[in-house]
Design a protein around this ligand. Structure first.
Ligand SMILES: Nc1ncnc2c1ncn2[C@@H]1O[C@H](COP(=O)(O)OP(=O)(O)OP(=O)(O)O)[C@@H](O)[C@H]1O
Length: 282
């Protein structure tokens, strides 16, 4: 049975300068789910993550974390359950070396030094950075810094991770490896993950559910195959279909090839093409 971990029922939030960043947002994040908040620049993704994490409170409506009003929870209680990874790792990392940075959270939680060490080592191994403990933070690449940020939260044992653009600025292999890492944390460690992104090609393949944000409103939601259906709908929200889906969509609608559903992965596209060719030959 599914359990709702985060329930957003937001009427509106505006920044002090009057910008209405979010309006009329209703969505639930189920336990163990890997959810994406997809939207173009300025659509409200970061603001929504900050609201889920209790960093922004002056909105109308209600956000529940495990059934409790986030605004009434002590920051310490949110912090123990939910970890927010900022878009820019330099906004998060501050210690002189990797070990010390990852150790900060568990030390703050009052663990004995032996337990801190165990947690740091396990977290660094979890993000494939086991051998980097002694390395200077400033000597790390951008992608490595992003992994250290995630390790810092894993070391505290967060059950829910909110990630702001975790794949932004990574090269194609780095992007793929980051998504694999997050998928592993989700599947094997049971971490509930919400990630904000505007990367449409790779990300949907890994996600259970997507919410599309446009101008501060959720305009679509569902499993990736339910959301990515037509290029015009994506263009309306300043996004596009994944390349592979766009190709098959055009072959189907412009070249009249007999494709069924719009595929999201190369494997699905290959099956569709083989099937369509077979049908044409008959
Ligand atoms: N501190 C602020 N004061 C006023 N307006 C803000 C502030 N921060 C964000 N906004 C506005 O709120 C809206 C949503 O911004 P937000 O950063 O949440 O979008 P985003 O989807 O995360 O964008 P990006 O993909 O560019 O990171 C934008 O119109 C932005 O200009």
């Amino acid at each position: 049975m599914n359990t709702i971990r985060i329930s957003v029922n937001l009427e509106a939030f505006k920044y002090p300068d009057g910008t209405v960043a979010l309006a009329d947002i209703r969505l639930d994040v189920q336990k163990g789910e890997f959810t994406g908040i997809l939207g173009s620049n300025g659509s409200g993704k970061t603001t929504l993550l900050k609201i889920m994490d209790g960093l922004i409170k002056d909105y109308t409506g209600q956000v529940l974390l495990d059934g409790q009003d986030v605004r009434r929870l002590h920051p310490r209680d949110i912090y123990r359950k939910v970890g927010l990874v900022f878009q820019n790792p330099d906004d998060q990392l501050f210690a002189h070396n990797v070990f010390e940075d990852v150790a900060f959270g568990p030390r703050n939680m009052g663990f004995e030094e032996s337990e801190v060490k165990r947690r740091v080592e396990e977290a660094l191994a979890g993000v494939e950075m086991a051998e980097y403990g002694g390395k200077n933070i400033h000597a790390m690449s951008y992608g490595q810094k992003k992994r250290v940020c995630i390790a810092g939260l894993l070391a505290m044992g967060h059950e829910i991770l909110l990630l702001d653009e975790p794949t932004a600025g990574l090269d194609p292999m780095g992007e793929y490896r980051m998504m694999e890492l997050l998928t592993r944390l989700n599947r094997e460690n049971g971490v509930t993950i919400v990630m904000a992104t505007h990367s449409v090609d790779l990300v949907p393949i890994f996600l259970h559910r997507l919410h599309i944000l446009s101008k501060g409103r959720v305009v679509r939601g569902g499993a990736p195959e339910e959301v990515f259906t037509a290029p015009e709908e994506m263009a309306n929200v300043k996004l596009r279909l994944p390349h592979i889906a766009e190709l098959i969509y055009r072959l189907k609608h412009e070249d009249r090839l007999p494709f069924g559903r719009v595929p999201l992965t190369i494997g699905e596209a290959r099956r569709e093409i083989v099937e369509a060719l077979r049908e044409k030959q008959q």
